[in-house]
Ligand binder design. Structure first.
Ligand code: SF4
Length: 251
């Protein structure tokens, strides 16, 4: 399945244009009222829309990614494309080598397949701890999450209060559909992860991501061996539980 070719040509231009304007307005507001702010990019399609919006407008929102050490080559290639096209260096946050070494030695390189607890422990070491370092000292962080991506994201708001990290959290594309994302990418020649053309609508670490079949949930290829309601990497989870971050009315 080629996700990037699944653009619905019957998009309503009015609502699409309104979504783009609203996302731009949200990013401008973050840049003016919440500095310093950072954008946590997974380098997937949604995140490339936000990357394009931030860098074209030269907004003072730093872009980083969590380089877990298990990312697919196609994802790492996107970092080079961003440098090539926008002349921008995405900041890379890596896990503590000692923590990775201890996990691999005591539990095994791919122990995350054995239980949810071991999977969350790996995500904690490779993603959550580095995320804490990346967010430290900021007033807000931005994500490319969308409401329609999965059951775990159905209640997402554009602006939320992230008490776990003590800052505002923005999801400027919360209202966007997958079609809107690909319409933006096509219309603006935005670079994207080649795995999207191979049936991967949602992309994470290489051993924990697979292609999906037509009709499957867009996040069905992430941690496919787990039940749908556990399938978050923990970036939006505290103490092993999904956190309902408080919505904040748009100002
Ligand atoms: S997605 Fe998989 S490999 Fe990546 S940090 Fe989580 S458990 Fe580890």
């Amino acid at each position: 399945m080629n996700m990037s070719n699944s653009v619905d040509n019957s998009l309503s231009n009015d609502s699409y244009d309104a979504l783009v304007l609203a996302a731009k307005a949200t990013l401008r507001r973050i840049a003016s009222e919440f500095t310093p702010a950072v954008f946590a990019s997974s380098l997937a399609a949604e995140d490339m829309v936000l990357t394009d919006l931030i860098l074209r407008a030269e907004l003072p929102i730093g872009i980083f990614t969590l380089e877990t050490g298990r990312l697919p080559a196609e994802t790492l290639n996107v970092i080079d494309r961003i440098k090539e096209i926008y002349d921008y260096d995405v900041a890379l946050y890596r896990p503590e080598p000692a923590a990775v070494g201890a996990y691999v030695q005591q539990k095994g390189l791919n122990a995350f397949y054995e239980s949810i607890a071991l999977r969350r422990e790996c995500c904690h070491i490779r993603k959550i701890e580095p995320l804490g370092r990346a967010l430290a000292g900021n007033k807000a962080w931005v994500t490319g999450q969308r409401r329609s991506q999965s059951s775990t994201r159905a209640a997402l708001d554009v602006q939320e209060q992230d008490d776990a990290h003590g800052m505002a959290k923005f999801n400027p594309l919360a209202d966007w559909s997958e079609q809107d994302v690909w319409h933006y990418i096509r219309s603006n020649n935005v670079p994207y992860n080649a795995l999207h053309d191979k049936g991967y609508p949602s992309i994470g670490c290489e051993p924990c991501t697979r292609a999906i079949q037509p009709g499957e949930d867009v996040r069905a290829g992430r941690w496919w061996w787990e039940a749908p309601d556990t399938k978050e990497c923990g970036l939006h989870v505290v103490d092993g539980k999904l956190v309902r971050i408080k919505p904040v009315s748009a100002q």
